[in-house]
Design a protein around this ligand. Structure first.
Ligand SMILES: Nc1ncnc2c1ncn2[C@@H]1O[C@H](COP(=O)(O)OP(=O)(O)OP(=O)(O)O)[C@@H](O)[C@H]1O
Ligand SMILES: [Mg+2]
Length: 251
């Protein structure tokens, strides 16, 4: 049950700027993998390529023996349906209330009776503690509530792969802890789910990750458990984890 994602030699440039320079990463099913790395290293680009929102220049992403980077648009759309994504800025539609935001992907892809749709959406809302807030518009929510609504929208179609782009950036420490716990319980309550979390919050990463990979200068330069990260002498990882100015990472 559950599929691994195997990323090999992934490259992506924008004009003369090489953002991904050969990313190798195995994302195991049934676990939370966290990708860390400083701002601008291409973490969001990596997620967008995984979601099929951007095409890579080279390399492969193999799921169940199929390289999804080689698929045509129609096949890619089918693969994308197996993914849920929580975007960095929550990306809710301001023109509809929270309930409709979460109902949107279901309406788009499934033909459900209104009553059944309500059951599905209410369950998703309840799972993130927003059942009482479905009637509100996104601008009437706090930042943390918006993130939770975005998680509910990503979950509502029961994806096999759940991608989170900086789910806790900009939240207060308590709300951050709630969202971290939500990511963890979502994983633990969904057999076979494969979660990938992009973060530069080391504390959160240590709390939730089964596996941590660090992206630096377009490549994964380190992979391991939280304990491995804590104890590695790798100078780039040490500097990032300790937030020091001196070291191989410069502006
Ligand atoms: N569509 C695009 N066109 C041109 N350049 C882009 C595009 N998307 C991303 N980039 C560039 O790729 C680089 C990596 O961007 P990305 O958003 O992946 O960084 P990030 O690691 O997610 O950073 P942060 O932690 O700040 O979110 C940046 O220099 C960015 O300007
Ligand atoms: Mg980003």
């Amino acid at each position: 049950m559950g599929e691994n994602i195997r990323i090999q030699g992934l490259t992506k440039s924008f004009g003369a700027q090489k953002v991904l320079a050969g990313v190798d990463l195995e994302v195991p099913s049934g676990q939370i993998t966290c990708v860390i790395g400083r701002s601008g290293t291409g973490k969001s680009v990596l997620l967008k390529i995984l979601m099929g929102l951007l095409r890579p220049d080279g390399g492969s992403i193999v799921i169940n023996g199929v390289d999804i980077t080689k698929l045509g648009d129609r096949e890619l759309l089918k693969v994308r349906n197996r993914f849920g994504m929580v975007f960095q800025n929550a990306a809710l539609f301001d023109s509809m209330n929270v309930f409709e935001n979460i109902a949107f992907p279901v309406r788009e892809h499934e033909r459900l009776k209104e009553a059944d749709l309500k059951v599905r959406v209410d369950a998703a809302l309840a799972s993130v503690g927003l059942l009482e807030h479905g009637h509100k518009n996104p601008h009437e929510l706090s930042g943390g509530m918006r993130k939770r609504a975005a998680v509910a929208r990503a979950l509502v179609r029961k994806p096999e792969f759940l991608l989170y782009d900086e789910p806790t950036t900009g939240l207060d420490p308590i709300m951050t802890a709630h969202v971290d716990e939500l990511i963890r319980t979502t994983q633990d309550q969904t057999p076979g789910l494969t979660s990938l979390v992009i973060s530069h919050d080391m504390h959160a990463t240590m709390q939730i990750a089964d596996k941590i990979a660090m992206l630096f200068e377009g490549r994964v330069i380190f992979e391991g458990t939280g304990e491995d990260v804590r104890t590695t002498p790798h100078p780039v990882v040490r500097q990032f984890v300790e937030g020091r100015l001196e070291g191989p990472i410069t502006l």
